[in-house]
Design a protein around this ligand. Structure first.
Ligand SMILES: C[S@@+](CC[C@H](N)C(=O)[O-])C[C@H]1O[C@@H](n2cnc3c(N)ncnc32)[C@H](O)[C@@H]1O
Length: 263
């Protein structure tokens, strides 16, 4: 491991806004029977020192651009960025610490373990920013029925999921999941930067560009955005009319770069 990464990992331990639980803590009862972390249900008080707070989570936050931008814009709410990569989280936690932002936290964990960290109704919104489209593994896609089931366990009724992506595959797949489950889609925009601003619910959608987003914009890829409510009775259904092969072929090989640079 490079010297720079080691330095960041060491500094991560000094950030009070960054929680880095070991996988063993969560997995002690097995992969399918996760052990709850002690912060579950206690984020407002323990992490943010507030009696109550509306809490918004960014999953796969990388360097935390959305978590930070939203926290600056909405000081009355609290924001938690989640990612597994310590060197990327270092950037977000360092900025939050330098700016003394009281309403930002970061959590280093696998998103698959997310239900161990949030209690029913603890979270009001989820942002998914440039998530890996997981072309070959539906259950790894962050908008699959499996993940929506996890989100439902901690989102407030009426809670929103925001998806901003360069991946037409992921966008169309998510539209198909929403349709299959009759989820209420509030916004569905196929090109954020050519859309009228009034089409988008919040200026952060076009004002904030993440590390990955800048790379995709340089490649000339349109950026899509949608938000939807995941309220739904019963199990979430898989989309039956999503032409996976067609959208996968369109997606091409464009994502096979840039990951090293991101650290
Ligand atoms: C393509 S990057 C996007 C990062 C950032 N949102 C951006 O737009 O620059 C996807 C991020 O998701 C994280 N990630 C992917 N799968 C994950 C998982 N299962 N658990 C936690 N983080 C994950 C990666 O570490 C990476 O930082």
């Amino acid at each position: 491991m490079g010297h720079d990464k080691l330095r960041k990992f060491a500094e991560n331990k000094t950030f009070s806004c960054l929680l880095e639980p070991s996988s063993e803590e969560i997995l002690r009862d097995g992969y399918f029977n996760l052990r709850d972390h002690s912060i579950k249900g206690n984020w407002a008080r323990t992490m943010f020192g507030r009696e109550e707070a509306e809490i918004v989570v960014e999953l796969g936050c990388g360097k935390g651009e959305y978590t930070l931008a939203l926290a600056r814009r909405y000081p009355e709410k609290c924001f938690i960025g989640v990612d597994i990569k310590g060197a990327r989280l270092w950037r977000g936690a360092k900025t939050a610490t330098e700016e003394n932002l009281p309403n930002v936290a970061f959590l280093r964990t696998r998103i698959e373990f997310i239900t161990a960290f949030f209690a029913p109704g603890e979270i009001s919104q989820i942002w998914l920013t440039f998530s890996d489209p997981q072309l070959k593994s539906e259950n790894s896609r962050l908008t699959s029925p499996l993940f929506l089931e996890r989100y439902r366990s901690f989102l407030k009724p009426g809670g929103l999921v925001h998806l901003k992506t360069d991946s037409r595959f992921l966008h169309e797949y998510t539209c198909a999941v929403a349709k299959a489950n009759a989820l209420q889609v509030l916004t569905c925009c196929k090109d954020v930067y050519s859309a009228g601003k009034e089409e988008l619910p919040d200026p952060v959608v076009y004002e904030v560009q993440t590390f990955y987003e800048k790379m995709f914009l340089e490649m000339g890829l349109p950026i899509t955005y949608m938000d939807f409510v995941i309220d739904h009775q019963g199990p979430y259904l898989h989309p039956s009319d999503f032409d996976e092969k067609y959208w996968r072929e369109l997606e091409g090989k464009r994502r096979s770069f840039g990951h090293k640079a991101a650290d």
